[in-house]
Design a protein around this ligand. Structure first.
Ligand code: FAD
Length: 334
């Protein structure tokens, strides 16, 4: 084939951004298309007036040695730090256990900074909702957004979105759309609360049992000044699924009630309260492949739905994708 190929990556979550940064010293012409205004996907931040929250991923853990190396580099660059918060398990307002053993990391100052930092190293096009991929007779792909506007032609396309979006975009390539289409995702209602005064809660975060909630966490970065207190609540997958189509106001009331019960505090009015429904929160049945690539059509897919339902899974899948693309280029374009 000769010449340097061009690469389009669809989705600027951690999988797409990892793939893009790993490829950039190898391929000159790479563009990442992101439908949102900001990169990050499920590690993005939520702003409610003067308050800001991590409303998706709250922290990450590290198991894989390659991911350890990446996290060490992020730590050296000041993008992440170990989280030494006091994390407990709660049942009906009582602390039933303390989790002191697990090493967790958070983004600095917020989880979104991990994505922002990677995005600064890439050519990123935001507000670009890619809705159609058209295969060219002589090879390569043409990209179009949801209004049908042409977004460019690329030799190689990587789809780094959640599984259902991969299945939709890649419907002409059964080797990718079939496995992606079989992945189910949980629903997660998040509530973001700000109080004018600090609540008398001694711990920083808790896994919650016997409740509509599964997780509550104090979020200090959200507080710009004074004695305010910000909390993020995540409803359990079962409760979220049951109330997926409910009105926001109803969900907010139910989650607030559950918060007061879980924390064993008297109810009070928050200064700010918002809810967000993650309709595709985490994959339930990842496909256990690091990434997918179809050589013949020069199209691939990656994301947490390939590997494991967490940040580590997304990053490792993005790396695997970059590795496969590099090998393909070496074989076919060198
Ligand atoms: C509520 C919640 C809590 C979580 N908690 C944790 C946790 O504590 N620890 C942990 O490790 N993980 C957690 N996770 C999981 C973690 O956030 C994900 O595993 C990880 O961020 C997935 O990254 P990704 O790049 O695979 O996908 P995503 O982050 O979903 O990125 C995909 C990107 O593609 C974009 N996109 C989609 N379609 C298109 C299109 N057509 N055109 C252009 N762009 C498109 C999206 O906007 C998005 O930015 C949590 C997730 C949620 C939702």
């Amino acid at each position: 084939m000769g010449a340097q190929p061009s690469v389009a990556i669809i989705g600027a979550g951690l999988a797409g951004l990892t793939c893009g940064t790993a490829l950039k010293s190898f391929v000159q012409n790479i563009k990442i298309f992101e439908k949102s205004v900001f990169p990050g996907g499920r590690v993005s931040s939520f702003r409610a007036g003067e308050y800001e929250f991590n409303h998706g991923a709250q922290y990450f853990t590290v198991n894989n040695p390659l991911f350890w190396n990446i996290v060490s580099a992020w730590q050296t660059d000041g993008i992440v730090r170990p989280w030494d918060g006091w994390i407990v398990e709660l049942a009906k307002g009582q602390i039933v256990n303390s989790d002191l053993a697990t090493q967790r990391f958070v983004g600095v100052p917020s989880m979104q900074e991990i994505a922002q930092n990677l995005a600064r190293q890439c050519e990123l096009v935001t507000s670009a909702n890619i809705s159609e991929l058209e295969r060219q007779a002589d090879g390569g792909w043409r990209l179009f957004n949801e209004r049908g506007d042409y977004q460019g032609a690329f030799d190689i396309v990587i789809i780094a979105t959640a599984a259902h979006q991969v299945a939709d975009l890649c419907r002409t390539v059964a080797e990718i759309s079939n496995p992606a289409g079989r992945v189910d995702m949980t629903v997660c209602w998040s509530a973001m609360l700000a109080f004018e005064r600090r609540l008398k809660i001694p711990y920083d975060a808790a896994f919650v049992f016997d409740s509509p909630l599964s997780w509550i966490s104090r979020y200090q970065y959200g507080v710009k000044e004074g004695d305010a207190d910000c909390w993020v609540l995540h409803a359990s997958p079962e409760w979220s699924q049951q109330y997926a189509a409910s009105f926001r106001g109803r969900v907010m009331h139910a989650l607030l009630d559950a918060f007061w019960e879980a924390s064993d505090l008297k109810a009070r009015k928050p200064a700010s309260a918002s809810v967000h429904c993650w309709k595709h929160a985490v994959p339930i049945n990842p496909i256990s492949e690091d990434s997918l690539f179809v050589e013949e059509h020069e199209i691939g897919a990656c994301g947490d739905w390939c590997t494991a339902p967490r940040i580590e899974g997304a990053v490792l899948s993005g790396f695997s994708m970059a590795d496969r693309v590099m090998k393909h280029i070496h074989k076919n374009y060198a």
